[in-house]
Design a protein. Structure first.
Length: 245
C-alpha cells in the first residue's frame, strides 16, 4: 500500500546555475523538473560537456546574486541591490569577476513541453530532494546548525522520525501534489556545500564530514514521471509497487 512519508516544507528554485535562488509557495513541475529551475547558465566555450559551466566553484561571489524566474525573463538582484535582466549588462558584470572569457546561454522563452529537455543546465536528474531528518542527522555529526540552502535542493521534505527515508525511496515513485517523481539516485556532494549562502564564508569541514560519514552522498535526485503542481504542505506519498507503472 502507499505510505505518506512526509510533507513539503520548502520549495526552492534556482533559475541561474550557481546563483542564489528563490523560495516559492508553489511551483509547476514539467518534464525536466521545476519550471524555471537552472534555466540559464554561464559557460567557458573552450571547455566541453559539464566542465564548460562557470559556477561558484570558480567564482564564489556568484552566490551573492539572487535570481528569480518571471516566465518572461530572469531577474537578477546583486548583493548591493542593483537589478539586472538576463542580458549583456549582466554578462559584463559576471565577466568582471574572472579572467576566463565567458558567455551566457540564450534565454529560452516558454515553449512546447517536448522541448524542455534541451535545458542542459539541470544536473544529474530533474529534481533534488532533501529531508529535514537528514539535515538534523548531519547537524548532529557536524556540531553546527546547517542552512538547507547549502544543498540547493528543490524540495525540503519534513518527515517523522519513524518515516521511511531516502534509502527506501530509491528506485520507487513519489506522489507530490499532482506530480509523480521517480527517485533515481543519491546526490554526490562537492565543494559547493562548504559555502554559507548568506556570508559566502567557506568551511571545508562540512564536506569532509559528508565524505567521511555519508560517503559523499546527501539528498536524492528524482526524474519526472507525471508533470503537475506542488505546493507547500503537500503530502509526499511513497507509492506501492502496484502503482509504480
Amino acid at each position: 500500500m502507499s505510505v505518506t512519508v512526509g510533507e513539503i516544507k520548502s520549495i526552492n528554485r534556482y533559475p541561474v546555475k550557481s546563483f542564489a535562488g528563490e523560495a516559492l509557495e508553489a511551483c509547476k513541475v514539467v518534464s525536466y523538473g521545476v519550471e524555471g529551475d537552472r534555466y540559464c547558465s554561464f559557460y567557458d566555450m573552450t571547455k566541453k560537456d559539464w566542465s564548460q559551466y562557470i559556477t561558484a566553484r570558480k567564482i564564489p561571489k556568484m552566490m551573492s546574486y539572487k535570481a528569480e524566474y518571471t516566465g518572461e525573463d530572469v531577474r537578477v538582484t546583486a548583493g548591493d541591490g542593483r537589478v539586472f535582466g538576463w542580458d549583456q549588462e549582466l554578462l559584463d558584470e559576471i565577466q568582471s569577476l574572472t579572467s576566463t572569457e565567458i558567455t551566457m546561454s540564450a534565454f529560452k522563452a516558454p515553449h512546447p513541453e517536448e522541448q524542455y529537455p534541451e535545458l542542459l543546465s539541470v544536473d544529474g536528474a530533474s529534481i533534488l530532494l532533501v529531508t529535514d531528518k537528514s539535515l538534523k542527522k548531519l547537524e548532529a555529526m557536524w556540531g553546527k546548525p546547517i542552512d538547507q540552502r547549502r544543498f540547493r535542493g528543490n524540495f525540503l521534505v519534513e518527515v517523522s522520525e519513524d518515516s521511511l527515508g531516502e534509502d527506501e525511496w530509491l528506485g520507487r515513485r513519489l506522489s507530490i501534489g499532482s506530480a509523480v517523481l521517480q527517485v533515481d539516485s543519491y546526490c554526490e556532494r562537492c565543494v559547493m556545500i562548504t559555502t554559507d549562502p548568506d556570508t559566502l564564508e567557506r568551511d571545508s569541514s562540512l564536506l569532509k564530514q559528508v565524505y567521511k560519514e555519508l560517503k559523499q552522498q546527501f539528498g536524492v535526485y528524482a526524474s519526472v514521471i507525471t508533470p503537475g503542481e506542488v505546493r507547500l504542505g503537500d503530502q509526499v506519498v511513497l507509492l506501492d509497487n502496484a502503482e509504480q507503472g
